[in-house]
Design a binder for this molecule. Structure first.
Ligand code: FAD
Length: 384
């Protein structure tokens, strides 16, 4: 267990009560019914967790990354869908505005997010452009004091509930590859010309809504562009690194949740007249799971504490290492938890079965683990 400050202790205590009362009882139902409990937005908004990273000067709680990750880990032990909301607005609104927004933009948008009721999404991925962000085709063409946006985004988490999205679109030649002509905009989801596509049925995290977003001549005010024209994605790469540990926090949480269930089961389930936990074969599996979770957690919080202290020299490779290691750990541990529960672990409706499906996406979104390994290897080799 990580050392905690008094403030962290108090926050996590009250969050634990919310998890026990509001999330644990419906964790399975959210998955089965593929329904997001909208009332959680209010619950987390009132706790300051929707707007966790909004600084106090703008009316937010000003939580640091470490505390935010602790909160996310705690909720993910029970439900990754529940954990999704924590920090949801950070990468879309808060960090871009703080790092490359104007004073005016910060004063306009951050107090709005600080109220806690706003939901936002990040829209980067397109049907033919995932890891290869530079292949995106959505365009934003300047027309007086507006940009006119056309194109399609896919897989956008929380899009059906989003009030705003942070949209990445090409402001230069859409046929030109690369990320140096992509700009970043705050787009009101009520804008004329925006429609949502049907949500794909996901393997895991099924309570979280996703959707395609279509843009047909959507007019976005120039004042909603964050950062310089053409520099939107490049500027965002730094803040994506700053936020990447939050994915790892979900990973450590879901791994811990599955491990706890596996331990309890191994103590109770009998085979050959003994508790299965007495068999060395399972003891070694449990020991490995425990080691992996502790190592993942140590790496996670080493990274968040460095980021909170402003030590960014190895930020990119550390953020990639943490994302890879923790999410690979979550996949391994949840899979082993299913194994320890035997056939019962394979039954739909069992927590570990859901956790294993949920864990898989952590290796895919926010930059696949192959892309993270590429980043780590390039730095080790001195290529970039
Ligand atoms: C549940 C879910 C939620 C999501 N939420 C969002 C969201 O809110 N906003 C958003 O913008 N996107 C979102 N995404 C999209 C996600 O970020 C992409 O799926 C991801 O970036 C991978 O892109 P892709 O699916 O196009 O796969 P591809 O880029 O086509 O990759 C396919 C495979 O090739 C590998 N690969 C690709 N390039 C290389 C390379 N150079 N070297 C080695 N291997 C490589 C990948 O690792 C992967 O294994 C979400 C996806 C899912 C599944």
């Amino acid at each position: 267990m990580e050392e905690r400050t008094e403030l962290q202790e108090a926050l996590l205590d009250s969050l634990q009560r919310v998890v026990d009362k509001e999330i644990a009882p419906i964790a399975q139902q959210m998955d089965e019914e593929e329904k997001f409990p909208v009332h959680l937005i209010k619950v987390f908004g009132e706790m300051g967790l929707m707007q966790a990273r909004v600084p106090e000067e703008y009316g937010g709680p000003g939580l640091d990354l470490t505390t935010t990750c602790m909160a996310k880990e705690l909720v993910a032990r029970v439900s990754m869908t529940g954990a999704q909301l924590i920090n949801q607005n950070t990468i879309s609104f808060v960090l871009p505005l703080l790092h490359f927004g104007t004073d005016e933009q910060r004063k306009k948008w951050l107090p709005l997010v600080a109220n806690g009721g706003v939901v936002s999404s990040v829209a980067i991925t397109e049907p033919h452009a995932g890891s290869d962000v530079g292949a995106m085709k959505t365009s934003a063409v300047r027309d007086g004091d507006h940009y006119v946006v056309n194109g399609q985004k896919c897989f956008i988490t929380m899009a059906p509930l989003a009030d705003y999205i942070t949209l990445f679109a090409k402001t230069g030649d859409v046929g030109k590859r690369g990320v140096d002509n992509i700009s970043c905009f705050i787009v009101d989801m009520k804008s004329a010309g925006i429609t949502l596509g049907g949500s794909e049925k996901m393997m895991g995290q099924r309570g979280t809504p996703h959707a395609d977003i279509f843009f047909d001549n959507v007019r976005v005010p120039v004042e909603n562009r964050m950062g310089e024209e053409g520099r939107g994605f490049i500027s965002c790469m730094h803040i994506l690194d700053l936020n990447r540990p939050t994915v790892a926090a979900s990973a450590v949480g879901v791994a811990q949740g599955a491990f706890d269930i596996a331990v309890a089961y191994a103590k109770e389930r009998k085979a050959f007249g003994r508790a299965i936990g007495e068999f060395q074969g399972l003891q070694f599996m449990l020991a490995d799971m425990h080691i992996q979770i502790e190592a993942a957690r140590a790496l996670l919080y080493k990274c968040t504490r460095a980021i909170d202290a402003g030590q960014h020299t190895r930020l990119t490779e550390m953020a990639s290492m943490v994302k890879c290691f923790c999410t690979d750990t979550a996949m391994k541990v949840t899979t082993d938890a299913v194994q320890i529960l035997g056939g019962h672990g394979y039954i739909r409706g069992n927590h570990v079965e859901r956790m294993m499906r949920d864990a898989k996406v952590l290796q895919i979104y926010e930059g696949t683990n192959q892309i993270q390994r590429m980043v780590i290897a390039r730095r080790a080799l001195g290529f970039r």
